[in-house]
Design a protein around this ligand. Structure first.
Ligand code: SF4
Length: 182
């Protein structure tokens, strides 16, 4: 049996969705029989997103240039992209800074107005990713195939989404157990 090339990606999120993924506990051992994890912040140390990924869970919103570039690469190289958790689906907590307006206003608020000492704006091109003016959910930027809300989605919901895919079936994303936010 050819294994499914499986990836997970962490954009602007708290990693709580990935923690919930790990909460699938012993089912992860079953999952390992069906998938090769080819890219992920958990259990995989590859730095480059590979070609021809079958399924990818994307946690987090898009808040900076690095997030945007990785998301576009993921979309180009992935057959089935799952928007994983409320930050990916709605932008959620990371988007709270949108009320301040531009990236410059956010940086000034955080590093100058609220700084206790050595107030200065972070500026390290190529090292510190440039903030985008607005934090956005991923479907505003790329095509999403499956939406899996939740903050975080429960381990049961994650399993119920992934398990049908292993058999070539689509998960039924309906009802309170599968599409409740928060
Ligand atoms: S949806 Fe919730 S748990 Fe997931 S990354 Fe966002 S804040 Fe964290």
């Amino acid at each position: 049996m050819e294994k499914i090339k499986f990836a997970t990606v962490w954009l602007a999120g708290c990693s709580g969705c990935h923690m919930s993924f790990l909460d699938m506990d012993e089912w992860l051992i079953d999952l390992a029989q069906y998938v090769d994890v080819v890219y992920s912040p958990v259990g995989c140390d590859l730095k480059e997103y590979p070609d021809n990924v079958d399924v990818c869970l994307v946690e987090g919103a898009v808040a900076n240039q690095e997030n945007l570039e990785l998301l576009e690469e993921v979309r180009a190289k992935t057959k089935l992209l799952i928007s994983f958790g409320d930050c990916a689906v709605t932008a959620n907590v990371p988007a709270m800074r949108n009320m301040l307006g531009t990236a410059e206003a956010v940086l000034k608020r955080g590093y100058l107005e609220l700084g206790d000492c050595n107030q200065q704006l972070p500026y390290a091109p190529g090292i510190v990713p440039e903030l985008l003016d607005r934090v956005t959910p991923i479907h505003e930027l790329v095509k999403v195939d499956i939406f899996m809300p939740g903050c975080p989605p429960s381990a049961d919901r994650i399993k119920a989404t992934i398990e049908p895919l292993l058999n070539g079936e689509q998960p039924k994303m309906e009802g309170r157990e599968m599409i409740k936010f928060g």
